[in-house]
Design a protein around this ligand. Sequence first.
Ligand SMILES: Nc1ncnc2c1ncn2[C@@H]1O[C@H](COP(=O)(O)OP(=O)(O)OP(=O)(O)O)[C@@H](O)[C@H]1O
Ligand SMILES: [Mg+2]
Length: 268
Amino acid sequence: MNTEVAALDMRGVRRTFEAENAPVRALRGVDLAVGGGEFVALMGPSGCGKSTLLNLVAGLDVPDEGMIAVAGEQVTGRSEDDLARLRRRHIGIVFQFFNLLEGMTVLENVALPALIAGRKRRMAETRARDLLDLLGIGDKAGTLPGVLSGGQRQRLAIARALANEPTLLLADEPTGALDSEGGSEVIELLRRLHAGGQTIILVTHDADVAAAAKRLVRMRDGRIVTQPEPAAADPGSAEPAAEPAAAEPAAAEHAAAEHGPGVRADTR
Ligand SMILES: Nc1ncnc2c1ncn2[C@@H]1O[C@H](COP(=O)(O)OP(=O)(O)OP(=O)(O)O)[C@@H](O)[C@H]1O
Ligand SMILES: [Mg+2]
């Protein structure tokens, strides 16, 4: 964990997509800083720009305006090769639908990013084994991903994202395709990774999932609407009155989770 340099620093980030009728202003000036070791949940209505934000942070897409730095290194204004190197070193990304390589064993899936990054096979596989043990699927190393449960598949995807010890773990609705048991497994894992110092940004539509994070960032129409401090003293005044409860009751639940036991029975 590095507390000197922010894990993520975004300033004035804008991204507009050309569409058939009118341009879509997916991000309209986003400022966001995430410190080393933070666990941030990003919530907001469909289409508000959450995945766009993660893609920009990961260097998979380029902003029209603004600055993005990960671990003090500029993501913006780099060559493709340079960006790929930065991504390998600093970014682990997990998606809703796993993106696993079905023809490779569980172990090979996890070892691959380190091999691509130029590590020796022995080292890559040793680290992969350690990760699989840590994530509770060490006994599945030799099998194909197809035989795993949904929760196990997502844990495998997370193990793979952690292969190069990234500064930032980005997760885009990692429980979106899972049943409640699989979702609970993944939340529990993210909690443990955070306890071990991993910086995490988690996009979710699910308030129970967001409650695992220590800070909630809400987006709407391409902007961040509130950015409560980690230890907001008065959750009642932390949200502006404009936030309708019907849209997503996450903030209240999240605040409750921060101030009480908060862990629901079904998240173990
Ligand atoms: N490559 C693209 N080309 C054109 N429009 C895009 C592209 N990617 C995203 N958009 C548009 O930008 C807006 C933000 O999309 P984004 O995927 O970031 O939303 P989101 O908050 O992740 O939504 P969801 O919760 O449904 O995943 C949407 O209106 C979307 O249609
Ligand atoms: Mg999305």
